[in-house]
Design a protein around this ligand. Structure first.
Ligand SMILES: Cc1ncc(COP(=O)(O)O)c(C=O)c1O
Length: 773
């Protein structure tokens, strides 16, 4: 807001008059001082509105754009006030104040015998007296303005802030962050959820010209003057690009509570349609725009705590807008008979009719997630869930640093890897620094499957053999060659002739306690048998492909020496050791960057995926210089989308985020805390048999009363946790191991909450815990 006193403003206005060719004897009357200062200047028969812009609010280009746009509208016959140029033809003048600052001043012809159609406050309180006929005319004038604006487009030198997604929602919104005005945590949560939902809706609507263009952006009853029988649109102080319907939403917002709100709305839309079309898809979002507009006012008030209008907004408008947020986010909450929200049921039906009913969905009642932040996600009904399951958003859902890095790169350039590009090399260097020698080369891919597929090719190339060893309950991806070695989920392809499976020993397994030596011997003997069988069949051994922590297998606690023994035998048979780190990599296991470092195996090839880009598709194969030289000198590896600058930006931002926030060490610390707490659960709950995992990858093995794996109990617990707002899942051949694997940014108290709720769910589902000793 301007700091000018009225006298200072008057002096500036007076000094500006000659620049507009207005005589020194003109009368100057003060009109208003809100954010800008406005005077009415009368010089003989002519009368002008002279405005001093608040200091530093607009750039010169922005002020110039405003004047030029209004002049263009005027020329096209749109009833807007007529811009007065300076004597030198400029669109504004610059005058120094007594503070030495340069003020921007512009002028328009005064609209004679006019007064504003109404007052926003009266509109809100329902005390004004507009007719439906006025709304119809307002609709029409708005449509005429939009048509002219479309015709004009962005005038040369256009420069204005935009009412786009960022301008409307989020912490950097043009008028401020509405969450800051919320008086309670609950109100803040509602506003936050509504903002995210608005963002999602507008993102899906998009900014095609039929929806989006240069709008007025402050189309209130105060900014339409009634002059005789004419309406004149004034105050373009906020104009810029935005959704066309935002203008209609602005006026509708002020009459939202009015006794005639529905009639006004119908009349406004009818009037608009007389002069321009409203696409059905945009109309569906009219309430989204009304709420978005409402939130802008709260943001405005939050930025001006001492302003009188802010007081009104806080007292009269905020409570209503909070209820609007509740209604808006709860629209889908009308529960369907099967427990699925109506909107979600429709989405499920459409999903089944397009991508088919077999594409898997979690939970009895599938979740329709619409937004997230940190370790939290929000569903379409506005319910929040603590995400203790997802390892792709490693540095948190909707991580702004990653999103902004990708966005900035996409706005700059995104080409494939056949051009020299610094981002991917920078990223490769940083990524490889997290590996130990001799792993110092990387291929980029788009997914875990592509990484493993490439690793298989490399292994075949390096060994001249095709034989593969995998575990008997594993998953490494969805290509043909990986389907042929999938043992951990349903595929119609039979296990390949060239594949042998081994069973991973688990010291926590049924009846295994106290026999680690025997177990190790038996497990390694099984590896010898697999190798011999591959050799006998003429396949030889190309590779062992395993996850260092055996997560699909249910995080078995393997006897000491097992991993080393495995690797040793496979190498002796001429095969490579491939560590699939799609799940266990990037700090997941705590203390070390990679699962193989944490578990002590030394792979020849490491495959990467899921968390690398925090959701942006990015995978990789890390290997040695020797392997890369051999493979790449005889195979041209090119992968269009892999290693683009945008992918590199995502990966780089993820690494920086992990490094800056110390997430690897933190995962180790938090992991030890959770392991201790899970251990307590095992002591107290007879049906909790073993705490598994490390870092931020945990399991809790559940058993029935006879000590056998209890997948049903695990399912009930998973569902109970979802009901309590916590997301986990289950793994293992019997699906009896609870899988807890949150984004690395989860907080200690949030993890405690997961364990507390788990504790209560175990009690509810599996009965009384043993007394503590
Ligand atoms: C261990 C492991 N490897 C590979 C993959 C395949 O990764 P993507 O789905 O990115 O192809 C997965 C996916 O779940 C996985 O868990």
């Amino acid at each position: 807001m301007t700091q000018l006193t009225r006298d200072e403003a008057l002096a500036i206005a007076r000094n500006a008059l000659p620049m507009f060719g207005i005589g020194p004897g003109a009368a100057i009357d003060f009109v208003k001082q809100r954010e800008n200062v406005v005077f009415r200047v009368t010089d003989g028969d002519a009368s002008y509105a002279v405005r001093i812009h608040r200091l530093g609010h607009r750039t010169d280009d922005e002020v110039r754009t405003e004047g030029a746009f209004m002049a263009a509208l005027h020329q096209l016959g749109v009833p807007v006030s007529d811009v007065v140029r300076t004597v030198s033809g400029g669109l504004f003048a610059e005058v120094s104040g007594s503070d030495g600052e340069a003020y921007q001043i512009d002028a328009q012809h005064w609209v004679d015998n006019s007064s504003p159609l109404g007052d926003a406050g009266d509109a809100w309180m329902g005390t004004d007296a507009l007719t439906v006929g006025v709304f119809s005319r307002l609709g029409e004038i708005c449509a005429r303005f939009h048509s002219a604006s479309r015709h004009i487009g962005k005038i040369p030198g256009y420069s204005r802030p935009a009412w786009d997604l960022d301008g409307l929602t989020g912490p950097g919104a043009l008028w401020g962050d509405p969450r800051r005005l919320a008086g309670t945590a609950e109100d803040r949560r509602l506003i936050d959820t509504a903002e995210k939902r608005i963002r999602e809706r507008l993102l899906s609507l998009g900014t095609a010209p039929e929806f989006f263009g240069v709008i007025h952006a402050d189309f209130t009853p105060e900014n339409v003057l009634a002059a005789g029988s004419d309406f004149v649109l004034i105050d373009f102080d906020d104009f810029g690009e935005g959704w066309w319907l935002f203008d209609l939403a602005t006026i509708l917002f002020w009459y939202h509570r009015h006794p005639h709100a529905d009639d006004y709305r119908a009349a406004l839309l009818d009037g608009y349609r007389k002069a321009a079309e409203i696409p059905q898809r945009a109309l569906e979002e009219l309430d989204t725009f009304v709420l978005a507009r409402a939130l802008t006012y709260l943001g405005w008030a939050a930025n001006r705590p001492d302003d009188e209008t802010s007081g009104f907004l806080r007292a009269e408008v905020l409570p209503v807008v909070v209820e609007m947020c509740r209604d808006y986010t709860g629209t889908l909450a009308k529960v369907h008979s099967k427990g699925q929200a109506v909107g979600d049921q429709q989405l499920l039906d459409r999903r089944a009719a397009t991508i088919g009913p077999y594409s898997p969905l979690f939970y009895d009642r599938p979740l329709h997630l619409v937004s997230g932040e940190g370790a939290w996600v929000v569903d379409a009904e506005g319910s929040r869930y603590l995400d203790a399951y997802n390892n792709v958003p490693q540095v948190g859902h909707a991580n702004p640093r990653v999103a902004e890095a990708v966005c900035a790169q996409m706005k700059t350039l995104n080409v494939h890897t056949r051009y020299l590009s610094a981002p991917i090399v920078d990223y490769a260097e940083l990524l490889l620094r997290t590996f130990d020698a001799p792993l110092d080369r990387v291929y980029f891919t788009n997914s875990g499957s592509e990484s493993n597929e490439l690793a298989l090719r490399i292994a075949r190339h390096m060994t001249g053999c095709s034989g593969m060893i995998v575990t008997d309950h594993s998953y490494h991806g969805n290509t043909i060659s990986l389907a042929a070695l999938t043992t951990g989920l349903t595929v119609s392809e039979p296990l390949g002739d060239h594949v042998r499976t081994i069973h991973v020993p688990d010291l926590d397994g049924e009846g295994q306690a106290g026999r680690p030596g025997d177990m190790l011997q038996a497990a390694l003997a099984a590896v010898d048998t697999a190798i011999a069988s591959l050799q006998e069949a003429g396949h030889g051994v190309a590779a062992l492909l395993i996850e260092p922590a055996f997560s699909t297998e249910g995080l078995p606690r393997v006897p000491e020496g097992y991993l080393e023994g495995l690797a040793e035998r496979v190498r002796a048979a001429g095969g490579l050791v491939i560590a699939d780190e799609v799940q266990t990599g990037l700090g997941r296991l705590g203390d070390e960057w990679w699962g193989h470092q944490a578990t002590g195996i030394k792979p020849d090839v490491v495959t990467l995926g899921k968390p690398l880009g925090n959701g942006y598709p990015l995978g990789g194969v890390v290997t040695t210089e020797h392997v890369l030289e051999s493979f790449s000198s005889t195979n041209m590896y090119f992968n269009t989308f892999a290693g683009t600058p945008a992918a590199a930006a995502a990966g780089h931002a993820v690494l920086n985020e992990i490094i800056d926030r110390g997430l690897v060490a933190r995962a180790g610390e938090l992991g030890r805390h959770v392991a201790a707490r899970l251990g307590e659960l095992v002591e107290r709950h007879p049906r909790a048999a073993a705490a598994k995992g490390r870092g931020l990858f945990f399991g809790l093995a559940l058993v029935d009363s006879a000590g056998g794996p209890d997948g049903d109990l695990a399912k009930r617990i998973v569902e109970a946790l979802v009901g309590a707002g916590i997301l986990i899942s289950r793994i293992g051949p019997n699906e009896n191991i609870l899988k807890i694997r949150p984004p690395l940014v989860i907080e200690g108290d949030e993890l405690d909450r997961v364990i507390d709720v788990l504790d209560a769910a175990l009690l509810a589902e599996a009965g009384q815990p043993a007394a503590r000793v």
